[in-house]
Ligand binder design. Sequence first.
Ligand code: NIG
Ligand code: FE
Length: 431
Amino acid sequence: MPQEEVDLVVKNACQLLTLQSDEKGPHRGVRMEDLGLVSDGAVAASEGLIVAVGTTDEVIAAISVGPQTTIIDARNMVVMPGFVDPHTHPVFAGSREEEFELRIKGASYQEIAASGGGIRSSVRSLRQATYEQLIELARPRLDRMLSFGITTAEAKSGYGLSLTDELKSLEVIAQLNREHPLDLIPTFLGAHEVPDEFRQDRQEYIRLIIEEMIPQVAERKLAEFCDIFCEQGVFDVAESREILTAAKEAGLKLKLHADELAASGGSVLAAELGAISADHLVFVDERGIRAMAGAGVIPVLLPGTTFSLGLDRYAPARRMIEAGLPVALATDLNPGSCLTESMPMIITLACLGMKMTAAEAITAATINAACAVDRGDSLGSLEPGRRADLVIWDMDNYKVLPYHFGVNLVDTVIKSGRVVYRQGRFFHTEA
Ligand code: NIG
Ligand code: FE
């Protein structure tokens, strides 16, 4: 019986990593090692969705191709789902390389923040930038993400810290999501820091977040998540509980920057409030690990931040995997603590700094990352009915990914069944 013609076939992949699993949800424990690898694999897609996955023979037998079908020969290449980056701050203006150099000379991230630099410095820059300028600044960052195999990213506000500038940042994310092939999932991060004008009256800033920002953000549907920097010297656990409870009541899902610089209790709070993820977790303790495991909170680890802050302590990924937590990975792209769009670099750091295997790190950056942004049913694995977001790698086995670092081995990126990047060129609007 003739089947319907498909739009795209990628075939002959020496390794196709499907990340398929019989169980729903994120992959935990030893399941993080199982990439659902098919040798000589193929994927076919129609109307943006996957319609067949298997060996090349199986897929070719199951589909029909016509003159409109794009056929890609992935001989000697690895094919896997597009990365989901579940933690990024891509909307910012200005640049903080002077702080990078100060840290090299011995200043700490906290010292720089306390003296008025850090996040507050980026807030001053963003407030001076127009909506159009912010779009122009963010677009090349999204292009770079795409070129490193990221096909969906969470994107936070958090450098505005006034009603107008937070809404402006979220509108920028909404516009970029419309115009750029990368899918963006918006997060409101008004509680990223206390801005200069409220340093003497932080209660008033918290009131502004709760009574003005959250209702407007929710009403205009500008964010799906609300996040907070829960840390000593930023927002403590009681303040974080108050803000996040208001966000939850307004219908936002929750995320926390938790236990990044000290064991501040953010991971326990994430569990208490039913947050979807707790992020950073460099200083998470056993209590936090147990609480997250009990409540189903996904730990999103950001090893690029430890690396770029010049620190030597990484989040205890092995302990978390042992405790049955489904570890996810993200770039944390931001102008202060981690300026990178490279998920492959993050995977290398996860392997070297946190002793994750290549397979665990790939699981963490695909299916587990998809679950960390509540897209576990549609992204992060190659299965019929899921979005046809794929990366084709110029490597003959996936273990090369962390091993060959500091270069871009992405050959082709496919978003919703369309080639959007190939061998250094972007195809944003053409097929
Ligand atoms: O995830 N920790 C807080 N927020 C960012 C850094 C923000 C900045 O320094 O601009 C992070 O590391
Ligand atoms: Fe962050």
